[in-house]
Design a binder for this molecule. Structure first.
Ligand code: ATP
Ligand code: MG
Ligand code: ZN
Ligand code: MG
Length: 477
């Protein structure tokens, strides 16, 4: 297996991997690498919205924001920031033609950038390099968890926002506006609770209605995601068909009786374990015991009475704890933040050159991180305080919109033999329904900085979601 040579790029070595709202991703057919290319609105396709230099700067900003800011807040062990690459334009053009027919129709209101030749090169987290092709392919679960806490800011004007979480309210709005046909019963507060039962319940609802919050890959190939986004073969039956061999270890004769429900339960249990772990290393023991009481969403269909075991809370070195802590840098809520945004905006109108000193659009370096970490607790009325709160809010927005990727590599049979896993031993495993052994790693991806100018839009969206929920949502089952 060779290395990637940027001057000898061949579109036949790359295939469509997936996309989000802002970028399209292709993966290498042999190397564990992906290229993440920018997208922009189809109306602008004849006319690129930015110069090559601006595109390069945008991607460099993404790398800097991820490696200098987000990685120190979320934990370096979870982050792969990647590097900016300059690709031959002919390669990019051929690539865009090649992938076009594989793109889901609902994503095609945007087109891939074919003018700048700039892209972000990252390790392919769905197909880790350490995996040997002869072995059972790795499984990879991508969760976009969204915001895991209820706002407690005194600036919140509608009481409902302190009772029903943003995701659950947003679901009603998305169904009312036709974005999705069915409401998801996933609630982020259950996932972030640290209570295994609630987490299990949350993941089960992610599987039932994945929307854009869950994708599952096998050997680098997406085998499960929202139905709208792909061919209709991706139903629960086919997912179970893929998962069964991973959980039916040892004596096949007995395990052939394993029900679909048991396969799904084992799968979810492995996932919960990975999410509560320290991310592949040794697990920590310090936990956030206050966590659970703080957040219960009234719209969650999880029945509180069903909690059999008290919560241990989230371990402080777990990916969920670090993500939640970063999300909670949004202390004022958009309603309390907006007046500070206006203060900054006014200041920049009066003194345009201050935009650079205040690092409104980067650079995302140590000084930027320091600005948001050394924010005074009280508003002294000056612009520095407002800037620090705006920076904190933008970082929190990124953490509310990122994805968590859990890669599971099945332990090879040799490894199991090494442990002396006799047929009698696995039988005990089966009887106690202990999930089988995987090596795993946990990463966080999609850590782009959110633009300063998107803040007014956030306020309007918040108002629309809340008023829609108050009009229709609370009444629905
Ligand atoms: P969003 O709309 O969520 O903001 P985005 O446009 O910013 O998404 P990403 O989420 O970064 O784009 O990438 C789109 C998809 O590509 C991801 O959901 C994931 O499935 C896949 N992907 C991104 N980076 C990697 C990676 N390093 N390895 C494997 N797959 C990846
Ligand atoms: Mg994404
Ligand atoms: Zn909720
Ligand atoms: Mg994104």
């Amino acid at each position: 297996v060779g290395v990637m040579e940027l001057d000898k790029m061949d579109e036949n070595d790359w295939k469509y991997h997936g996309e989000g709202n802002k970028s399209l991703v292709v993966s290498h057919v042999q190397l564990s690498r992906v290229l993440r290319l920018l997208k922009y609105p189809a109306e602008d396709s004849e006319n690129p919205p930015q110069t090559v230099e601006q595109a390069f700067r945008q991607i460099q900003n993404i790398v800097d924001f991820s490696s200098n800011v987000m990685s120190s807040l979320l934990g370096e062990k979870f982050i792969h920031s990647g590097e900016v690459v300059k690709l031959p334009l002919e390669f990019v053009r051929q690539l865009s033609i090649k992938v076009q027919h594989q793109r889901p129709a609902w994503r095609c209101e945007k087109v891939m950038d074919i003018y700048s030749g700039c892209a972000l090169c990252l390790p392919n987290l769905t197909a880790p390099a350490l995996h040997q092709p002869a072995h059972t392919p790795p499984l990879c679960i991508e969760i976009k968890p969204k915001c895991g806490f209820l706002p407690s800011s005194k600036h919140v004007s509608k009481d409902i926002k302190t009772k029903v979480c943003r995701f659950c309210m947003h679901q009603h709005y998305k169904v009312a506006s036709g974005k999705w046909k069915r409401r998801s019963l996933y609630c982020p507060l259950d996932l972030f609770s640290g209570n295994r039962q609630r987490m299990h319940f949350a993941i089960r609802h992610l599987i039932e209605e994945p929307q854009n919050n869950l994708k599952i890959f096998k050997g680098g190939q997406c085998i499960y995601s929202s139905k709208e986004g792909s061919d209709d073969a991706m139903d629960l039956t086919s997912l179970l068909h893929h998962l069964r061999p991973y959980f039916q270890h040892g004596n096949k004769r007995i395990n052939s009786h394993m029900t679909s429900k048991a396969v799904l339960n084992d799968f979810i249990q492995v996932l919960v374990n990975a999410l509560l772990s320290g991310g592949g290393g040794d697990g920590g023991v310090v936990t956030d015991r206050q966590g659970e009481g703080r957040s219960f969403c009234e719209a969650s269909v999880f029945n509180k009475e069903r909690i059999r075991h008290g919560s241990q809370g989230l371990p402080s070195d777990s990916v969920l704890f670090r993500t939640l802590q970063t999300q909670m840098l949004d202390t004022l809520d958009i309603e309390g933040l907006y007046p500070l945004f206006r203060r900054v905006e006014q200041h920049l109108q009066d003194f345009p050159k201050e935009r650079t000193r205040l690092q409104m659009d980067g650079p995302y370096d140590e000084a930027f991180l320091e600005k948001l970490q050394k924010c005074p607790t009280d508003d002294d009325g000056c612009v520095e305080y407002a800037v620090a709160k705006v920076h904190q809010y933008r970082v929190a927005m990124t953490a509310k919109d990122c994805s968590i990727m859990v890669t599971l590599v099945p332990r090879s049979e040799e490894e199991e033999d090494d442990e002396g896993l006799s047929s009698q031993r696995w039988l005990r495993d089966f009887l106690s329904s202990r999930p089988p052994a995987f090596s795993y790693s946990v990463s966080i991806l999609d850590l782009d900085p959110k633009p300063f100018d998107s803040i007014p839009r956030q306020l309007r969206l918040d108002q629309k979601i809340v008023s829609c929920y108050l009009r229709t949502g609370g009444a629905l089952p």
